[in-house]
Design a protein around this ligand. Sequence first.
Ligand SMILES: [Zn+2]
Length: 496
Amino acid sequence: MELLKRFKEMQMKQKAYGYVLTLAGWDSNTEAPRGAFARRAEMLGVISGELFQLNTSKEYQATVNGLFEVLSDLDDVTQREIKKAKKALDKIIKIPMDEFIEYNKLIQLSQKVWEDAKENNDFKSFKGNLEKIVEFNKKFIEYYEIDDHPYNILLDEYEDGMSMKEYDDFFNTLKTDLVPFVKEVLNNGKELNDAFITDFYPKEKQKEFADYLINVLAFNRENGLMKESVHPFTWNTHSTDVRFTTRYLEDFMFSSIFAAIHELGHATYEQQVDPKWDNTNLNGGTSMGIHESQSRFYENIIGRSLEFWEVHYPKLVEIFPKQLEKVSLDDFYRGVNKVEASFIRVEADELTYSMHIMIRYEIERMIFSNEIEVKDLPKIWNEKMVEYLGIEPKNDTEGVLQDVHWSVGMMGYFPTYALGSAYASQFYYAMKKEINIENLVKENNIKAINKWLKDKIHNFGGSKTPKELLLEVTGEEFNPKYFVKYLKEKYSKLYL
Ligand SMILES: [Zn+2]
């Protein structure tokens, strides 16, 4: 079919531009000299402009819309591709060009304004920008002309098929079943032998262990690599070029270990996607939530398990004899799973993490239901911290100003973080029925676990939706009870 051939050609071009921009972005975030930033931004602006032209051109619109009209004549996979392309196209062309440009400028500026506000603990200086960002988003949602609650439209953008109905159910389950348990653990006040956590661990030695972890998790170095960045991330372009970073804090080694394992989870997912999707828009992980489920699975369920450290702790002691020689495996394991009410989301432990997300979800939900205004955020934030974690931030820097997301217009994104952990638990219990995870970890055979994930989840890339994957892999729809069960099983043993 001529139309389909044209679509494939244009998609190839989009992918080529996308590849170059991703590589340039990777370079900016890892090794590019600071002095080149202004010139780079100018050059990359030209390429992004070209890509935008391509994505919104009359010809592309006619091609996608033409194929959408004959959808039933196409095979199953192509149908999905066209539906996905149409969904993205419909949104982008409905926003007037001048408003789109104005919004993008606002976002660029707001990030800097937010950085300064955070540094100076000055919410007021950021308030105006945040109000404008919220207004833009509300306006864009109206342009889409989708008959749904505004927040549902945002939620669906980051996690296909998820709405307030599912998230309300999820967070209500956490509130009734998990919050009391978290409080019980926090009040238990068990003394830990954990001074070693903040000992001094030289960066070069930490690198050695991070490199060891790459082998343990059987990451394919032929098709990927690891570097260092301020904020760890994974960047995929296609299944044969997957790059991720970690960071090294010399007074907090856990940061590098668990960032590396977390990102290795994302990276393994990307590497194990069937290359046949590379030239389609169904390549890469299927959603933010499923992606996060994979990183959390490796980081928490495997990486923070006793079995894992039974095998790998001796190696760590070998690298850091002075710091760890007198620390028992049990103390180390407890240190790795230390629970604490804390202010900063990215530093939160596995048990209290979802409480931080719940706060952000409830706030976003109220904003897009027009129940609260931006100026009220600091107060509401602090009240919710007291309600769920029993602590009150001393200032907005450790409260409402801590995350970059809202300053760059990412609203509806946060809930996928908690969702990822919950998906991971549901997958974990399904996996347990088929393979002996604990034994495989003890045998240092992560390859077998990778294979299970590849066959059941990774292979399919974006050709299956999160809902389809959950149902096919676990035999059930999303069920937050597994997350609560997993946390209670693990942390009652550790703390109660
Ligand atoms: Zn992640």
